[in-house]
Ligand binder design. Structure first.
Ligand code: HXC
Length: 513
């Protein structure tokens, strides 16, 4: 047969696979506001860069009820391409083929691209849209998930792993995304749960819709399983492209430097009220510090009392961890500790320096928090800061009280540079609480206890509510004016470029998960 005919045959074979589960399944997919697997990949990647592999893989088993069934590509598309010039590996489950369910060959395709990603040190993106383990394939399907989870764990901290939930992600299938670094969800499209509404109704008699149980908002706001929330698939792809531009391709690299506006900013002092009881949005401080005011927030809708995300200073990616006085006065609690700790570990794994902006009254008191395990969760933050060996720079904007002072990137957890504004207050606790405890007798005995309390609060403020006690002990490297912050931080980053520290040799630590 002449080569042209062979090519013709190839094109026809490809065409058959590309038609996925057929017209009616594709129409159903579209009616749900969803793109098909290949359309998603094309929309996400740089134009013309996608190269698909294992196109002709088919389900070929004789499993229960599957005889003679044709499953083009076995319900998943895999390949490599690039995003903003960064090479990546990708898989996308094709819901139009057997509901994107995962059988033996489906799993083999995914694990093949995962192996490529790890061996080539490429970021891996997984688009999930699946009914879960292919019931007809029994233990082969379960084995497939196990192989995926193992590879997720092996790749953790070596290559960035991104999960995009663009349909159902049910049963044990949720654990692959949960093992990855960033999970993206889209409103009204993403659905994640271990057991669905039907099972819950049968077993517990509880009724709930799929959306209320595990929709995008639930995971972005409530559970913290999702890191980015979008209203449409298109918006989601823009978010992924932006994230990729900020992070390095693997753990041996640094993020690509982007030239940006590097002018000294002069408006920071006007953002932060001197009165430590007046809230403000710390994201405005971050935007005033970073190049082009360009800041990408991670987990924006979860645990708003702490803000984490990426920006650039002098073109280099920096991870920000900042208390948010707008929400719960910026206290630390279970969720904010988890959120910050995980982000810090990401930055540390991928050579991204950490800038901490501190302004908090401490850990949130209360029975709820104690019983929710604030000891265990709060310890994660201490662990993450202590463990991190990337450059760590902390700026105390206003309050730094108690355990909050230690936990938020203090010198004692090996911050490289700690700066404090002149109005910073660093003490074991706030003046009111402290005066009530240590001057209890004097206040009680005084003729005018109210007046005495005021006097003692002022005395305490004069003594402790400033940065100079800490500076006198070297716990603060410099007391700086707010408008000098960018200059000091960018200089600290500059001189920390070749930071090298050694830690005791061990297999791994045991963080308080
Ligand atoms: C085989 C499946 C399937 C599955 C869907 N399909 N899920 N086939 N195994 N797990 C098939 C359907 O039979 C149907 O085939 C096609 O996919 C589309 O499914 P529909 O039900 O018509 O679509 P829809 O109404 O949109 O509902 C989607 C759905 C539902 C909500 C995902 O299909 C569903 O509830 N599926 C089962 C979800 C589930 O319980 N998964 C957990 C499995 S256990 P036809 O031929 O009719 O088009 C698990 C454990 C893993 O995952 C453990 C790992 C550690």
């Amino acid at each position: 047969m002449p080569i042209d005919d062979k090519i013709q045959e190839l094109e026809e074979r490809k065409e058959k696979v590309f038609s996925g589960g057929g017209e009616s399944a594709i129409a159903k997919q579209k009616a749900m506001g969803k793109l098909t697997a290949r359309e998603r990949i094309v929309a996400l990647l740089d134009a013309g860069t996608f190269h698909e592999y294992d196109i002709f893989v088919e389900h070929s088993g004789q499993d229960f009820g599957m005889q003679g069934k044709s499953l083009p590509g076995d319900g998943v598309v895999i390949g490599t391409g690039s995003i903003g010039g960064q090479p990546i590996a990708i898989f996308a489950q094709d819901f139009t083929v057997a509901g994107g369910s995962l059988g033996l060959m489906h799993a083999r395709k995914i694990t093949k691209i995962m192996d490529y990603a790890l061996n080539m040190r490429l970021p891996l993106i997984g688009i999930n849209d699946s009914g879960g383990a292919r019931i007809q394939e029994g233990v082969n399907a379960l084995a497939g998930y196990g192989e995926i989870f193992f590879r997720n764990t092996l790749s953790s901290g070596v290559i960035p792993q991104i999960s995009v939930i663009l349909g159902p992600c049910a049963g044990g299938a949720v654990y692959s995304p949960a093992l990855t670094d960033f999970v993206f969800v889209v409103d009204n499209i993403s659905k994640m749960f271990i057991t669905g509404p039907e099972v819950i109704k049968t077993v517990l008699g509880e009724e709930i819709s799929m959306e209320e149980l595990g929709g995008a908002r639930v995971h972005a706001e409530l559970t913290g399983n999702a890191h980015f929330f979008a209203n449409t698939e298109e918006e989601c792809f823009q978010q992924i492209r932006k994230l990729i531009s900020f992070i390095p391709g693997n753990n041996t690299k640094k993020a690509v430097t982007e030239p940006g506006e590097t002018l000294e900013k002069h408006d920071i002092s006007s953002i932060v009220p001197v009165d430590p009881t007046i809230p403000y949005d710390v994201r405005n401080v971050i935007r005033a510090l970073v190049d082009d005011s360009d800041f990408i927030e991670v987990m924006e809708l979860f645990a708003g009392n702490i803000v984490v995300g990426f920006g650039r200073i002098n073109g280099e990616t920096v991870g920000f961890v900042a208390n948010q006085p707008l929400v719960l006065a910026g206290v630390l609690d279970c969720d904010s500790s988890d959120k910050a700790a995980r982000f810090i570990r990401y930055c540390d794994s991928f050579n991204i320096p950490i800038v901490t902006l501190e302004d908090l009254p401490g850990y949130l008191p209360g029975i709820d928090q104690e019983h929710a395990g604030v000891i265990r969760h709060g310890a994660k933050l201490l662990y993450a800061y202590s463990e991190a060996t990337v450059p760590k720079i902390t700026v105390i904007l206003r309050k730094a009280y108690g355990g909050g002072y230690i936990a938020m990137g203090s010198k004692h957890l090996r911050a490289d540079f700690v700066f404090a504004w002149p109005n910073a207050e660093i003490a074991v606790m706030g003046p009111e609480g402290a005066a009530n405890i240590i001057f209890k007798k004097e206040i009680h005995k005084a003729e005018n206890p109210q007046q005495m309390r005021k006097l003692k609060i002022q005395e305490y403020k004069d003594m402790f509510a400033n940065p100079y006690v800490a500076a006198a002990k070297g716990y603060i490297d410099s007391v700086i004016a707010p408008d000098e912050t960018r200059r000091f931080v960018s200089h600290a980053l500059e001189v920390s470029k070749d930071k090298t520290v050694y830690r005791p040799v061990k297999k791994h630590g045991i963080p308080p998960f």
